[in-house]
Design a protein around this ligand. Structure first.
Ligand SMILES: *Cc1c(COP(=O)(O)O)cnc(C)c1O
Length: 379
């Protein structure tokens, strides 16, 4: 469901993409990049909005576009306040720092971004001990948290759990939607145990479009939420952290400490606002494209990949049956001008986004078929 504006902008963007180094044409075939939804480039319409954005120095809270984005997001999430950040990683890290004094503990799934990609930062910058627990498909339940709580000695000499972290959608679980009912159960637990909840909602937009649950409903039972603007929404950079007035005031102080305080950042906030207003409902296209990709792969592969696990814009493919590692699979796909991401040693991740349409997905399937057929002939 693409807006006319979005579609025009996109074809315009396409025709100019031949000039960019990321879209080098090899042997007459365009590179199709399914590594991540972060690879999207700003459309012509987004660039026009960026060019005309009113700006000021955000250090003095004088950038009207940043103020507009922060107010827009606070309302959208039903929170007192929001703060614009350069990256999702910084939003998560500052959330940890705000919720937990160094030496405290956060309970989460090991596959979440905060652990999988940010364990060093969490230890060094926030001074937080991450207590990781195994979960089913990345959905952290009260039972998982209770077990993680009891797995270690508790008392004044030891780490005290202060925070529960959840992720929505769950990246490592192939873009799985975190169930709202589970969030409500976690809230009751958190209130009893006097801990807080942070939701890493880098792809919350996808969960909202797939379920018709509003961002505010998803955020009602969490203390803070972080979101990314540079993924499905197509902005060049930026993230927002939202929460209570107190927490966001503290976050403002840490953003300065961490070197994330910017000046005429309205340039970036304008792109984020444009993405929020024009590229949210079209995420349904990405979800349909991911299902098409999964269905096509299911026809090509034995055993078939489970299409039911494709809830949003990602497809995880187990390449072990083809007798190769994820790295080798990705290399062979690259030779076909198709970029995929080796996620685990034998799992490849493919993500649909603003810069790939239905025809690209069909072409990607033809290229995947060549990689898979060559592999099965070799074995
Ligand atoms: C992308 C992502 C982030 C943060 O990413 P940045 O590249 O730092 O903006 C955080 N959490 C999840 C789940 C993500 O997918």
């Amino acid at each position: 469901m693409q807006t006319e504006f979005g579609r025009d902008a996109r074809s315009d963007h396409r025709s100019s993409s031949a000039l960019t180094t990321t879209a080098v044409q090899k042997a007459g075939t365009r590179i199709i990049d399914l590594r991540s939804d972060t690879v999207t480039r700003p459309t012509a319409a987004m660039r026009a909005i960026i060019a005309s954005a009113p700006v000021g120095d955000d250090l003095y809270r004088e950038d009207p576009t940043v103020l507009e984005l922060e107010a827009y997001c606070a309302t959208l999430f039903g929170k007192d306040a929001a703060i614009f950040m350069p990256t999702g990683t910084m939003s998560n890290q500052i959330a940890l720092r705000c919720h937990i004094e160094p030496g405290g503990e956060a309970i989460l799934d090991a596959s979440y971004h905060i652990h999988f990609f940010e364990s060093a930062q969490s230890a060094c910058l926030a001074g937080v001990a991450l207590n990781c627990c195994p979960t089913v498909d990345g959905v952290l339940t009260v039972d998982d948290v209770e077990k993680a709580w009891l797995r270690k000695p508790r008392g004044s000499g030891y780490a005290v759990p202060r925070l529960l972290c959840i992720e929505n959608t769950v990246n490592a679980a192939g873009g799985r939607i975190f169930p709202l009912t589970t969030i409500r159960e976690l809230r009751c637990f958190a209130d009893q145990r006097k801990v807080t909840i942070h939701m890493d909602g880098a792809r919350l937009w996808n969960a909202c479009v797939a379920t018709s649950i509003t961002p505010a409903e998803y955020c009602r039972d969490v203390d803070t939420v972080s979101v990314c603007m540079a993924k499905g929404l197509g902005a060049p950079a930026g993230s927002v952290l939202a929460g209570s007035a107190d927490v966001i005031q503290t976050a403002r102080r840490y953003r300065k400490w961490y070197g994330g305080s910017m000046h005429q950042s309205g340039i970036l906030a304008a792109a984020a606002l444009f993405g929020l207003r024009n590229h949210r409902t079209r995420l349904a296209d990405d979800h349909a494209n991911a299902r098409t990709l999964a269905a096509g792969l299911a026809r090509l592969t034995e055993p078939a990949i489970a299409i039911s696990t494709v809830e949003t814009n990602m497809v995880m493919l187990d390449v072990a049956p083809f007798g190769m590692s994820a790295a080798v699979f990705a290399e062979r796909a690259r030779a076909e001008n198709l970029l995929v991401m080796p996620w685990l040693s034998t799992v490849v991740r493919m993500v649909t986004h603003l810069d790939v349409d239905r025809a690209d997905v069909e072409e990607a399937l033809r290229r995947l078929e060549r990689v898979i057929t060559a592999a099965s002939q070799a074995t």
